[in-house]
Design a protein. Structure first.
Length: 564
């Protein structure tokens, strides 16, 4: 980048950097001054002025006491991946700003990145940057440092923003090469940035989000294991005290760390629509491709799913957030080896599914939360916990018919609050709800806590939830149950129909979607605080026939909205 001197601007009384240019650099220095003057970004060194004295020209630039990344590598050795990710996120943000203005840097290398002691990173040397006002001809077309150039440039193709992303990836790879903390997740991220095909690379903006997430330090597994038992014990003790010592919903809702997170209601006749049931396949569905479906749903069925879902945390999940999708996670307990049995609880002997009350379940939920976690400003992660909570006990839908039912559901309430806290801790964009089967609203028996009365027994945890969630998959029909459930749960907070449809009742689906998703019905449901509607799968409506699918597409196009 030429010789750079520290100097003092006597007129403005500030320290600046003077870049000395060599003879014949007129075009380059004019370009760098013009681009620097047109770009203001906290991660790009600012250019203030051009000074001429005889045949000499100097660029007057922002002074940053820092070392180049190349100097850091040379003097300190490879840097930790977490530090590289934080540097990379800042440079990616700078490149995103440049690309938005039609600029491409073309020479992102360790020598052209300055890093201050406080971690601030800035991009320098805009001299060979192309702009839409600069003609790319002659030697400019091939400018750059070959070791960091994208393969398409080496093959003679024109430069594009994707080339900068490649160069950034190559730079970060150089920075961490040989460091013993480089793991598969960070290596996979670098592989994405340096994909041989330009179309296979994320944009600079997407890269900034991916790197920001990678640079967010989490406690090591050893720390979590060491603290986990004590922390879970504290959480359980706190929850038990809250539930036992007060029947007031406010006691739990206002407990430290458990305040519900905001969920925007449906408004102006608009809903957030989603499709399931797996993030890695739902993007190919017609509803996602052809309508404004903006929520992608995944079902967690059993512990063995975790190994399958884990890689998504590096790829599918951040990509979905970067593309503006909300994610929805349904924690189903469909483990075939989890029968309803007698279980010991702090409330006595209960009867129901044992896995969700086991010591392993919170650990699995923490892992799941980390996989699907986004940044605070990402679209929301909606989590429906215990799909069909009213069917987890030994007798479906009963809270107080036997002492074992009450003991089980009291323990399950404690566990739900623990899971809610886990997701809040690990996923800053998460919103958590308790999942109900809609048929619970179809009848009532206060004596046994059956039907609608069961909601009252869960009033404390419903009040502590971020939103409310209802599942509608009854073979013989769901219209009345959905309307009743939304009305009841809407008294506690915004409501999502978290999974609609049963693929075995195609003849019923057409009539139901036309009844529930008519303009009048949508307006009524929104009035009771419905904000989102998720189809269990596209097959739910496509198997009912083309006319049904076309009707749903039209509804989503007219009444769909993005996440807020």
């Amino acid at each position: 980048m030429g010789k750079v001197w520290q100097a003092t601007d006597l007129e403005l009384r500030r320290t600046v950097a003077l870049k000395e240019t060599s003879t014949g650099d007129d075009e380059e220095i004019r370009r760098e001054a013009k681009i620097g003057a047109g770009l203001h970004h906290p991660n790009v060194i600012s250019v203030f002025d051009v000074v001429e004295e005889g045949d000499q020209r100097w660029l007057v630039m922002e002074y940053l006491p820092a070392r180049s990344l190349a100097e850091m590598i040379r003097e300190d050795g490879p840097i930790p991946p977490i530090r590289a990710a934080r540097v990379g996120a800042q440079i990616a943000a700078a490149l995103s700003a440049m690309h938005a203005k039609g600029m491409v840097h073309r020479d992102v290398t360790p020598s052209n990145i300055l890093v201050a002691d406080d971690g601030t990173a800035k991009l320098i040397d805009l001299g060979i940057t192309t702009w839409d006002q600069v003609t790319r001809t002659g030697t400019q077309q091939n400018a750059g440092t070959p070791a960091y150039m994208a393969p398409e440039l080496l093959d003679g193709h024109h430069v594009t923003p994707a080339a900068d992303v490649y160069s950034l990836g190559a730079t970060l790879r150089t920075a961490v090469r040989g460091h013993d903390e480089v793991n598969g997740r960070f290596a996979n991220l670098l592989a994405r940035l340096t994909d041989p095909s330009p179309s296979g690379r994320p944009t600079a903006d997407e890269a900034a989000k991916l790197l920001t997430r990678s640079g967010a330090r989490r406690p090591s597994r050893g720390v979590l294991v060491g603290a986990g038992v004590g922390m879970v014990a504290v959480l359980l003790a706190a929850v038990v005290v809250l539930v036992r010592d007060s029947d007031s919903p406010d006691a739990v809702a206002n407990a430290p760390g458990s305040s519900p997170r905001a969920v925007p209601p449906g408004d102006d006749g608009k809903l957030l629509y989603g499709v399931g049931d797996q993030l890695n396949s739902v993007l190919a569905s017609e509803l996602v491709r052809e309508t404004p479906v903006r929520m992608l749903t995944t079902n967690y069925h059993k512990p063995s799913d975790l190994s399958k879902l884990a890689p998504w945390g590096d790829t599918a999940v951040p990509e979905a957030y970067a593309e503006g999708y909300a994610l929805h996670l349904i924690v189903s307990d469909w483990e075939v080896n989890d029968p309803e049995i007698s279980v010991t609880t702090s409330y006595g002997v209960g009867c129901g599914r044992a896995y969700v009350l086991s010591s392993e379940f919170p650990r699995h939920m923490r892992t799941l939360a980390r996989i699907f976690a986004g940044q605070p400003d990402d679209p929301p992660l909606y989590v429906t916990v215990f799909q069909d909570v009213n069917k987890m006990g030994c007798k479906d839908g009963y809270y107080a018919d036997e002492a074992s039912s009450t003991a089980y559901y009291e323990a399950l309430k404690d566990r739900y609050l623990e899971v809610l806290r886990i997701f809040h801790e690990e996923a800053p964009n998460s919103r958590v709800a308790l999942g109900w089967d809609a048929w619970q609203a179809g009848s009532d028996d206060p004596k046994t806590g059956y039907g609608r009365s069961m909601f009252g027994h869960f009033a404390d945890v419903l009040a502590a939830s971020d939103f409310q969630s209802v599942i509608a998959k009854q073979r013989l029909g769901n219209v009345d149950d959905v309307r009743q459930s939304v009305r009841i749960l809407g008294e506690y907070g915004p409501v999502m129909v978290a999974a609609y449809g049963n693929e075995r009742t195609d003849d019923i689906v057409d009539g139901e979607v036309r009844a529930l998703l008519s303009d009048t019905s949508i307006a009524e449901l929104i009035g009771h605080r419905l904000f989102a509607w998720n189809f269990n799968s596209e097959g739910v409506v496509s198997r009912a026939g083309k006319a049904t699918l076309d009707f749903v597409k039209d509804v989503v196009r007219r009444t769909g909205r993005g996440p807020q």
